[in-house]
Design a protein around this ligand. Structure first.
Ligand code: ZN
Length: 165
């Protein structure tokens, strides 16, 4: 098991939609293991494949009820509204109050090929939405209101200059 470098804002892989996983094999299961180790070490509650530079449609998570992984996830229904302070391992040390649906219905496939069909709310529902956004090439910055987003971009551009990028 190994921790993997987490890609951060500015890396183009975070802006690219992922491709569907076509085969669930030992290589994928090993990668999911490494992603969980990486996520726990960060620490975070979710990690999507693009965040470690893999442009494939799957993510791992653990919001406190044990680890899970979802391959080719889709959110098929949402309802309600919930404001929650949200962060992202690819946009380190920044958090914003973000409004999203309170409940989601997620479908996908597990690492043993089993069908996943789950309704989630609270932190798990939020985590699923955040990770599926990653798989669609979207960061939480795109969920911010106009002013928060402007402030965020100012901070992030400043960081990029400090890093000499
Ligand atoms: Zn994230």
């Amino acid at each position: 098991m190994a921790t993997l470098p987490i890609r951060v804002f500015g890396d183009p892989v975070l802006r690219q939609p992922t491709l569907a996983v076509t085969e669930i094999d030992d290589a994928l299961r090993q990668l999911a293991e490494d992603m969980l180790v990486t996520m726990y070490a960060a620490p975070g509650v979710g990690l999507a494949a693009p965040q470690i530079g893999v442009q494939r449609r799957f993510f791992v998570y653990d919001v406190g009820d044990g680890p899970g992984a979802v391959v080719n996830p889709r959110i098929v229904e949402t309802s309600g509204e919930w404001t929650y302070l949200e962060g992202c391992l690819s946009v380190p040390d920044l958090h914003w109050e973000i409004i999203r649906p309170a409940r989601v219905h997620l479908v996908g496939i597990g690492l043993d090929g089993e069908e996943i069909d789950v309704e989630a709310d609270e932190l798990l529902g939020r985590c699923f939405q955040h990770e599926v956004d990653h798989l669609d090439g979207m960061l939480l910055l795109e969920r911010l209101g106009h002013k928060d987003r402007k402030d965020a971009m100012r901070i992030l551009r400043g960081r990029a200059l400090e890093d000499g990028r």
